[in-house]
Design a protein around this ligand. Sequence first.
Ligand code: SAM
Length: 443
Amino acid sequence: ARSSPFIDPGPRTTEGTLALVHLSRDNLQPVYLRGSTGAVDGYAEGNVINTRFGSFPHSTLIGVPWGAQVRASIVDTGSRGRKKKPDGNGEAAPEDMTESTAAEEEPTAAAGVKTAASGFVHVLAPTPELWTMSLPHRTQVVYTPDYSYILHRIRARPGVRIIEAGAGSGSFTHAAVRAVFNGHPDSESKDTGKVFSFEFDKARFEKMQEEIEAHNLRDLVHITHRDVYNEGFLVKDGESPEADCIFLDLPAPWKALPHLTRASQNRKSPLRADRSVYLCTFSPCIEQVTKTVEVMRQLGWMDIEMVEVAHKRFNVMRERVGLNMPTERGTNQTAGNVAEALARLREVEEKAREFHGRAQGAGANEDDEMDVDEAKAEVTANGQVANEDQDGDDAKPWMLGRLIHRTEAEIKTHTSYLTFAVLPQEWTAEQEAAAFESWPCGQ
Ligand code: SAM
């Protein structure tokens, strides 16, 4: 069986697989590559991705090494006048992707005419992280900083079985499946890593099913259409998932907890009996946490702890005088402010003169010297970069300017509260007796 592109993408892109087309930072487009089989929807080259960087027939993206840079088609693909063409997966691609093509903005010309397309994209193999950035959102999703910590704390590792509810948009599902995969996708053994996912919204459940199928994860993700508050977590014909760990991203996790207990005389348990079970609930409000913890305590969960992941992204960049001046609204706006640039140059030179006056005979300060050189290199009377290296072999534009960092202007750190707990291993009278026998003090 073909393996999932999330687990083993192979060395090159192939027909029918999911690829993530990287357009620019934070801008990825998921694409199911279908195009080499000839005309699709009237396009001679098969499906085409139209972006503002140019047009990319799928046929140019198939059979290339993952990570390859692909240049825009120099041939008009016939996309003119066709806005929001459905992509290979049968859905309209997001608007900012299809707004596209310098070509569409030019006067109409016949298909087959050469255009001046010059952009490029990179074709990336899918990973849970990139999928989280690019997946079609049906709900709020769990992001990478949270799910990486959660998976670590609930001890998700190759071979374990996770219960997840609700499935939502499948962001957590994809990260979980990679964490538990242990190379036996066809086995029904309870040591086969697997995700048991539950979702009560019919449309979301169906979309998830489609995606799991398209990503070739059907042997590793078992998705059930279910209201877990009322119907619990047993799967087909009342079988137990025998889960080692649980992740609940539900509005009322405390309503699901009574179904996550050890077996009783008249009730099967969805949990693995011979191990401790690790749980995380994910709730945005503290009132939800309070209710959840109360029920956890009643049901024998231990080591209860609440954590919040306050993730903060730092932008590291070079500050260039006169060019790319950081502004209130953004960091990459070309200001071209000549007066400011010259003022900065004068200030730096003045500081250096002062310093050298003082430091004569005592050795020069390297930093100050560098500052002057850098500033001179960057600024000319018209505010343009004038580094003499610019046109030479040693030109390193990315090395110009002072290295600075900034945090995102609006830091929205709160996602949800993560409440962790452990349900200890079941301990029968026989196990107690056996342990007593083997214990040195019991002899
Ligand atoms: N963790 C998901 C992700 O990363 O994409 C997002 C989950 S979303 C915030 C919560 C989901 O729980 C929704 O899709 C909702 O339909 C589902 N849900 C709510 N109550 C449920 C219930 N009683 N049983 C099953 N699913 C439920």
